[in-house]
Write a protein of this length. Structure first.
Length: 217
């Protein structure tokens, strides 16, 4: 076989291989780990907030607790007063997280029977020019008491909000431009059967993932 023909054959074989790739090789993985609360270094990626910043009486703490075989879970003990608020928010990512290939947020947690608010922050495309606040999308998540539980929240269930109030507008989350995530106490309940009212709160969080439950297209 001539040298030219050998090169041509090798090129042809490479082209055939490229054209016959299995579609699965081009698909993103079925799940993506966003946070794993297994070390004190992970806690540095988060900060707490509460109404105490504005003279309120709510308070919160954040710590790693030993579960099973070592540092396993994030343990947040919260106390909230009537009309107050407190929660934890991730520090802004270095750039954006692209979750366009996924349809659900999953959280492994253990709590006290209360309802919490899961918030996703995306790049600002709602507010007026010059405003720096991120767009926020919120959904309720009920945390059963005492037992570990994997909560799955479809991204389509997250509603656009502005300072805690739902925006009455037809909007779609920009899943390719995720800036951060937060979890906050909801003393009002939000979910039938959830514990409500003021007082102590406690929730443990093992990990947060993005998952794909539907066929990827």
């Amino acid at each position: 076989m001539s040298r030219f023909r050998s090169i041509w054959q090798a090129s042809l074989n490479a082209t055939k291989k490229a054209l016959t790739w299995n579609l699965e090789d081009l698909m993103p993985p079925p799940e993506r780990l966003i946070f794993s609360f297994n070390s004190k270094e992970e806690l540095k990626k988060w900060h707490l907030y509460s109404d105490s910043e504005y003279g309120g009486l709510s308070s919160a703490s954040l710590e790693i607790s030993e579960v099973d075989n070592g540092l396993k879970a994030e343990d947040s003990k919260w106390n909230i007063s009537r009309g107050g608020f407190c929660g934890m928010r991730s520090k802004k990512f270095d750039g954006f997280i692209d979750l366009d290939s996924y349809d659900t947020i999953a959280l492994k947690l253990r709590g006290d029977g209360r309802s919490y608010i899961s918030t996703i922050y995306t790049e600002n495309w709602v507010n007026s020019p010059g405003q720096l606040e991120d767009n926020s999308w919120q959904a309720f998540v009920h945390v059963p008491k005492d037992n570990w539980y994997i909560a799955k929240i479809p991204l389509a269930r997250y509603l656009p909000t502005w300072r805690g109030n739902v925006i009455n507008a037809e909007m779609e989350m920009n899943q390719a431009r995720i800036l951060g995530i937060s979890l906050s106490v909801n003393a009002e309940g939000g979910v039938p059967g959830a514990r409500t009212g003021t007082g102590d709160f406690k929730v443990e969080l093992d990990w947060i993932k993005a998952i794909r439950t539907e066929e990827y297209t």
